[in-house]
Design a protein around this ligand. Sequence first.
Ligand code: KG4
Ligand code: ZN
Length: 351
Amino acid sequence: MNPIKTVLSVETSCDDTSVAIVETGGNVICQVSANQDLAHAPFGGVVPEIASRNHSVALLPLIQLALEKAHLTLNDIHGLAVTNRPGLIGSLIVGIMTMKSIAQAHKIPLIGVNHLEGHLLAPFLKDKDYAPPDQFGYPYIALAVSGGHSSLYWVTGLGEYTVIGTTKDDAAGEAFDKFAKMIGLPYPGGVQVDRTSQGGDVKKFDFPRSLVLEDNLMFSFSGVKSSAHRLVSKMSPEEIEANRKDLCASFQEAIVDVLIKKTLSAAQRFHSYKIVITGGVSANSRLREKAQAMAAKHNFQLVIPPLRYCTDNAAMIGYAGLLRLQRGETSTLAMGPSSQLLEDDFKFDLQ
Ligand code: KG4
Ligand code: ZN
């Protein structure tokens, strides 16, 4: 019998402090998170030192809160999972040192988790309000789009992730955030662009769809960003204000068109009828709308986990850690943070 059934997990790779307790089967008993958006907003982006400092303030109280909410103590926890790569080093250190201390003091097995593996396994998470559709399982195409990553994966099993397409430059979320800044919207910009675009004209401004006609699964978002910069720098503040809705709608449409086109192409190349979209940008209303339309047209099973499991969160780290601990893997107390992935985290078969 496998003794590891309940895992306490921590995610501190960027600016969200998140703690979860996850059981066998991906059942999330509870997840509590602290968002740092207000602390970083005055700087227009994440300030690594502020992020680490805030993690160190929030983390232990959140661990305590998660255990209280679950009516559990550390004696009920069979395993510990913590993001140890990739991410901001100072932020990762806070999570890792905290979990190493708990592991040592309570003699609980510990595993360091690849943050991106967490995103890729998020579609399996469930709780009292959400469950993935029946018959969802490997293999599937996953589009992971956030502030730090924009890649397509072919996911065939636990630890079997092939990167089949990725961005040559900016991530999609980064492009949204930079564009928002250009037109004077506050940080974090993606959600503001989404909101402002409602009712805007998607055809008013003609932004480039980079690489969309190329027969590959690569992304590039620096062209659309530079094109927006050239356009906006020629506009007066009044003109920007008057056109903000249409600017947002047109910019968003350019990004979403590319994401949808490449995801469809990935599904067709790999003969997959299952598609997962995850990461913070999956919150985008236009991306969801167009992904749903694509799925309906081509008869795909589309899974977009609820936002609490799409943005950076500890439940996805707990589930990945649980599966690996159950497989007999553990990390030692000498585990450290890494800003990079490990060599065998992913296979590459760029299409
Ligand atoms: O996954 P996430 O919370 O953190 C990481 O970057 O790992 O993703 C945050 C990113 C930011 O770039 C944010 O602007 C973007 O996701 N985002 C959105 C929306 N909500 C968040 N982008 C477009 N539309 C949205 N509704
Ligand atoms: Zn992430």
